[in-house]
Design a protein around this ligand. Structure first.
Ligand code: 9WN
Length: 409
């Protein structure tokens, strides 16, 4: 963690990801909290220093230049507001972190002060999600770019990513300088990532009131929506601490709408939750590990939870280390390629936490034990092969370190 500390913010991995990433930082702050509380708060403050006026917190804040990642600040070309950043967001984990830090504080006075200053920023971000990404009031929010989900290359986007590729300025990827191409998204996928970026830039520099309507990719993502519901619960808890009754009511409405909204994501045939393409109205035909995150959100019914755990047990029976990011029996399963098979420790934490909440302690323990085995065997890697347990992707990865400190200790 100290090695990846670039001065108030932690890069996910040197070289591969040399800036401040949104949900990485939120998770990393919980790791810092275990041994340096002041630094943990600083991580979140630095992230929110990049918050846009309309409340959005960008997926990456470019505090300092680096030429080891593409696309960097020049390609994004966002207006300086207030730091250089991307023009899209990432899963809203920060409210969970603020609650975690507040509950684990050894310095209540400091925690109170930080809560007072961070709360309005968290609230503005959550309001932004509903205003900019659910203008039709469905109860669930849209992502407009796979990078917003945090699960960039998930098979859940395959159908929705079939829009035509625009003529793009010539570009050179940097990720392949750090990681083998067999683990990363394909060139065609990158061309589509860039097509979206340039279209959003052309829409008056990422104008949030326009992007929802013009994007050829508009999806209800299980990861973002589950985290948002869970973050709403924690924001509500924080609002109660601050005695903000009106805000508690506002959050209750989001939660009630969210419970309703999730109903459309349940696929009874497979016994799994699915992401949904908002433009075609179809559920994505991809059994991915985010299917279990509604347990983390607490929006699955007991019957749904039983079906989910039945599936999860089947998946775990096919691999040596859980939880694979896709059903290992699916023909698209690739144990090493980004979000198409490998295990991520942060996903394991969310799934295991959700299972425990529903009373499936044995399964929750199994996932925790697998996470300990993986990190013990392979180190602090970005993700892991569910068959061999080998580490893959970036090395010395910050959120894996944070998970070891805050969850696997
Ligand atoms: C794009 C930093 C980020 C994570 C994402 C992960 C990966 C970036 C990339 O790395 O995405 O944001 O270039 O592949 O998919 O979840 O936040 O660790």
């Amino acid at each position: 963690m100290r090695m990846n500390d670039f001065g108030g913010y932690t890069v996910p991995a040197q070289g591969l990801y040399p800036f401040q990433w949104n949900w990485d930082s939120a998770i990393v702050s919980a790791g810092w909290a275990v041994f340096d509380e002041a630094r943990a708060w600083e991580e979140l403050e630095k992230l929110f220093s990049g918050q846009w006026e309309d409340g959005m917190v960008p997926s990456i804040v470019f505090h300092r230049p680096s030429n080891t990642y593409f696309p960097g600040p020049d390609i994004w070309g966002t207006p300086q507001k207030p730091s250089k950043s991307t023009g899209i967001t990432q899963p809203p984990v920060a409210a969970l972190s603020v609650r975690f830090l507040y509950e684990h504080t050894e310095n209540p006075e400091l925690a109170e002060q930080k809560l007072v200053s961070l709360f309005p920023k968290l609230l503005a971000w959550h309001r932004w999600w509903y205003k900019a990404r659910d203008p039709e009031n469905t109860g669930v929010v849209a992502i407009l770019h796979p990078w917003e989900s945090g699960m960039d290359n998930s098979p859940a986007w395959d159908e929705s990513m079939k829009f035509p590729i625009d003529k793009l300025p010539r570009y050179v990827r940097c990720d392949l300088n750090h990681v083998d191409s067999c683990m990363r998204p394909t060139q065609e996928t990158y061309d589509r990532y860039l097509t979206l970026l340039h279209r959003f830039k052309a829409a008056n520099f990422y104008d949030p009131s326009r992007l929802y309507w013009i994007s050829p990719f508009r999806v209800t993502d299980l990861c973002v929506n589950s985290i948002l519901i869970r973050a709403n619960r924690d924001l509500r808890w924080l609002a109660l601490r601050l005695e903000k009754d009106d805000i508690v009511k506002e959050i209750d409405e989001w939660l009630n709408k969210g419970f309703e909204g999730f109903k459309q994501l349940w696929d009874e045939d497979s016994g799994l939750f699915k992401c949904k393409d908002q433009l075609t109205g179809k559920l994505a035909n991809a059994p991915i590990s985010a299917a279990f995150l509604p347990l983390f959100a607490g929006v699955a019914t007991k019957e749904q939870a039983d079906k989910l755990t039945h599936n999860l047990e089947r998946w775990l029976g096919q691999v040596n280390y859980g939880v694979p990011s896709m059903d290992p029996e699916d023909h698209r399963f690739e144990p090493l390629r980004y979000w198409r098979g490998p295990v991520w420790i942060i996903m394991n934490w969310m799934i295991s936490n959700g299972l425990r909440h529903y009373g499936y302690d044995e399964l929750a323990d199994r996932i925790k034990d697998d996470s300990i085995s993986l990190t013990t065997k392979a180190g602090l890697r970005e993700y892991f092969d569910p068959l061999t347990g080998d580490g893959a992707g970036g090395r010395n990865f910050s959120w894996t370190a944070a998970m070891c400190l805050a969850w696997l200790d």
